[in-house]
Design a binder for this molecule. Structure first.
Ligand SMILES: Cc1ncc(COP(=O)(O)O)c(C=O)c1O
Length: 355
């Protein structure tokens, strides 16, 4: 059976491909051995990211997962408990690595749209005593992937940070999409980052680089994280070719995240026309999650039906479907995909379309 030509791929903002201009800066990047800290492009990227986040230092790492895991590892010791939201990326999508690699126990707490309640966090802190894990850190995620790209309000992050500090706990911010929160709210990246001891950010999501993340914190923290990066096999050599893509991504693709957010609104507008369909979280950035259970369908069925019509999206949970807008899908493509999704979810066969 012939496969449909792909109309638009809304599975994730990680599916973007490096543009010709990005590839050019990669090809001509100045490089050196980064394990000797001699790669000028990596050094430049790290200085740039540290300055953008208002931290003393930053470290280039291959992935967001490694960024998060190095931060958790460096902030805690084996046997510690880390308080996280029940939908946190570190809990669901990092292959159990906090336990496997750092001996950490994650303590999930509920909270609407990724937001932890400071009172609940305080109640979850373990008392001293030989029976108890030591509560070592609190982890926040902004924007919140599993909660539909929602933005943690800065005041709430500050409240959790104040509480954590009062109890001697570290705070890690998974800022894989902190860029989206910053563009959507206008709140400076530094203000968000100031709530945390360590921050990780990704260049390979909405910013469109093919690979790469960074973590940031105090100089002493980053030195220790560098040693842990070596242990995790994440120390790389002439990696300026990748750092060049990340610099390009930050310089050219940050402000345009607003377009992705606008496209997500267009998509949500169409999905709202489907009677009974629930948009699970407020649509604030580039992610839209809908619950198709009330339509009597599973997420897998809807994803398959949309794929037949050339719209790719993902299963977020048994009855939840996720759409993500990004750099490689323009307003026209999103509008076309949104019209198809609306019809398919209403149970109407879309008319054949030219692609
Ligand atoms: C919130 C969040 N944190 C961390 C990551 C992990 O990034 P990577 O896929 O680069 O390991 C992701 C990936 O989607 C994410 O959404």
């Amino acid at each position: 059976m012939p496969q449909p030509a792909v109309l638009v791929d809304l599975r994730s903002d990680t599916v973007t491909k490096p543009s010709p201009a990005m590839r050019r800066v990669m090809a001509t990047a100045d490089v050196g051995d980064d394990v000797y800290q001699e790669d000028p492009t990596v050094n430049l990227l790290q200085e740039m990211v540290a300055a953008m986040l208002g931290k003393e230092a930053a470290l280039f790492v291959p992935s967001g997962t490694m960024g998060n895991q190095l931060c958790l590892r460096t902030l805690t010791r084996a046997g510690d408990e880390v308080i996280v939201h029940e939908d946190a990326h570190v809990l669901h999508y990092e292959a159990g690595s906090a336990a496997a690699l750092s001996g950490l126990q994650l303590r999930p707490l509920p909270g609407a749209s990724g937001i932890l309640d400071p009172g609940e966090v305080e109640r979850a802190i373990r008392p001293p005593g030989e029976h108890f894990a030591r509560t070592g850190a609190v982890e926040l995620e902004n924007t919140h992937n599993r909660c539909g790209g929602t933005i943690l309000p800065l005041e709430q992050m500050e409240a959790v940070a104040r509480l954590a500090r009062a109890h001697g706990l570290a705070v890690h911010l998974d800022g894989a999409r902190l860029w989206n929160a910053h563009i959507a709210t206008g709140i400076p990246l530094q203000a968000y980052a100031a709530t945390a001891d360590s921050v990780s950010v990704c260049f390979s999501k909405g910013l469109g680089a093919p690979i790469g993340s960074a973590l940031a914190g105090s100089a002493a923290f980053v030195e220790e994280a560098r040693a842990n990066r070596k242990r995790y096999g994440g120390a790389m050599r002439q990696v300026g070719i990748l750092a060049a893509a990340a610099i390009y991504a930050v310089e050219h693709n940050l402000d345009r995240l607003a377009v992705d957010h606008q496209n997500a609104q267009v998509l949500a507008g169409h999905l709202r026309q489907v009677p009974g369909l629930e948009i699970v979280h407020p649509v604030q950035t580039n992610i839209v999650i809908v619950d198709v259970g009330s339509l009597g369908r599973t997420a897998a069925q809807v994803v398959a039906a949309l794929k037949e019509e050339g719209v790719l999206c993902g299963v977020a949970a048994p009855t939840r479907v996720r759409f993500v807008t990004h750099l490689d899908v323009g307003p026209r493509e999103v509008k076309a995909a949104a019209e198809v999704a609306e019809l398919v979810l209403k149970g109407i066969a879309p008319a054949p379309r030219a692609v």
